[in-house]
Design a protein around this ligand. Structure first.
Ligand SMILES: NC(=O)c1ccc[n+]([C@@H]2O[C@H](COP(=O)([O-])OP(=O)(O)OC[C@H]3O[C@@H](n4cnc5c(N)ncnc54)[C@H](O)[C@@H]3O)[C@@H](O)[C@H]2O)c1
Ligand SMILES: O[C@H]1[C@H](O)[C@@H](O)[C@H](O)[C@@H](O)[C@H]1O
Length: 341
């Protein structure tokens, strides 16, 4: 390995371009050496300010480019399985954006492939684990001062959904964050899902079931509810309140600068994830670079990515059927046995 970890970035859209900027200007210890996007113009634009980056339209060509030692996968979810398997074939460490693989069968193939290698290569991009507020809540719950957690009440609102966003994606893309956060915060597995929904908002694209109300049960006897509303129109809001036997704790209130003027008072609400979770992405990518340079893999694992996909797939079936759907994961491979949440 050179002085700087050579990274290939697959996908140069919203997240890929932001990770490229982050590797170039924010994170230490790494440099972008290759980028791939079927949209060559987009790829070129994302690396326009960086010297010496090879630009490709095929992911495989970027992985094979000179100087590539590690990969960030930021293509759309359905392209992740192929990208991960190609990285594994080359023994390259990966930071893979969520959802690791949207469908449980594909996620299982990735889990089995990494388990066959016998060593972890992948960190999954559940960046909330790197957010200061989430970390504070986790430390509080782990410390035990509030007693046993009984319920998590979660809110996940986006201003608007991107083109092509489906009713299933409210669960397997958006709520995948709450699925991972709940497993991690509680140290429990989610065992069933029920989905209810009001009449769709007139602000949602025609046919999109938005918002939805998702209810999970856990193997520790807790309940987790999530309001997911991806065309709320007014702001990017992610909240979580833990209600425990001896107290409650809440994160995600919009607590920017309080401005009072003209007979009213208020704080600005972030408009997207790149603002709300900017620090979390920075810490996530820095942690990945630091661990990779030491030959280690930390953070959310392929098992966590698989677990989220199995729960989300049960959630999509619950949305379609209206029934309570049990979550039935495959056994956990030994490779992830010591993998605490
Ligand atoms: N962690 C987060 O908060 C967060 C936020 C947004 C998106 N994401 C995730 O990041 C990923 C990308 O989302 P986005 O919003 O940047 O999407 P996007 O549509 O803005 O960009 C995706 C890019 O990937 C390219 N692409 C398509 N197929 C490809 C392939 N096989 N190989 C390489 N590139 C390919 C597309 O041309 C496009 O430029 C998704 O998995 C999404 O769920 C995560
Ligand atoms: O892909 C994005 C991303 O994961 C955001 O963090 C989430 O808020 C959105 O709902 C989702 O569409």
């Amino acid at each position: 390995m050179g002085d700087l970890l050579g990274v290939a970035v697959l996908g140069a859209g919203h997240m890929g371009a932001d990770h490229i900027r982050r590797l170039d200007r924010v994170v230490s210890g790494a440099r972008v050496v290759a980028v791939a996007d079927p949209d060559a113009e987009r790829a070129k634009e994302a690396v326009a300010a960086i010297a010496g980056v090879s630009v490709h339209t095929e992911a495989e060509a970027a992985l094979a480019a000179p100087g590539v030692e590690a990969v960030i996968v930021a293509s759309p979810g359905p392209a992740h399985e192929e990208a991960l398997l190609a990285a594994f074939a080359r023994g390259l460490p990966v930071l893979c954006e969520k959802p690791m693989v949207p469908e449980a069968a594909g996620a299982l193939r990735v889990l089995e492939a990494e388990a066959r290698l016998g060593r972890r290569l992948t960190q999954v991009g559940f960046m909330r684990r790197y957010d200061e507020e989430y970390r504070g809540l986790k430390a509080l719950l782990d410390g035990g001062r509030l007693g046993r957690p009984l319920m998590l009440h979660c809110v996940h609102r986006n201003v608007s959904s991107p083109p092509g966003f489906t009713s299933a994606m409210l669960i397997d893309s958006s709520v995948s964050h709450e699925i991972d956060a709940a497993r991690w915060l509680l140290g429990q597995e989610l065992t069933s899902v029920t989905v209810r929904r009001p009449r769709p908002s007139s602000g949602a694209p025609r046919g999109l079931l938005d918002p939805q109300f998702v209810l999970f049960e856990t193997d520790g006897g807790a309940l987790v509810d999530v309001e997911v509303f991806v065309n709320c129109g007014f702001g990017y809001q992610v909240r979580c309140e833990a209600v425990c036997e001896a107290g409650s704790a809440r994160i995600g209130d919009d607590r920017g600068v309080l401005v009072t003027t003209g007979g009213g008072a208020g704080a600005a609400v972030p408009q997207d994830y790149l603002v709300r979770f900017a620090d979390a992405y920075d810490r996530e990518v820095q942690a990945w670079v630091d661990a990779t340079r030491l030959g280690r893999v930390t953070g959310p694992s392929v098992w966590d990515g698989y677990a989220a996909s199995v729960v989300a797939e049960a959630g999509v079936r619950a949305l379609e059927s209206g029934a309570r759907v049990p979550v039935e994961p495959a056994p956990r491979p030994d490779l992830y046995a010591l993998d605490g949440h």
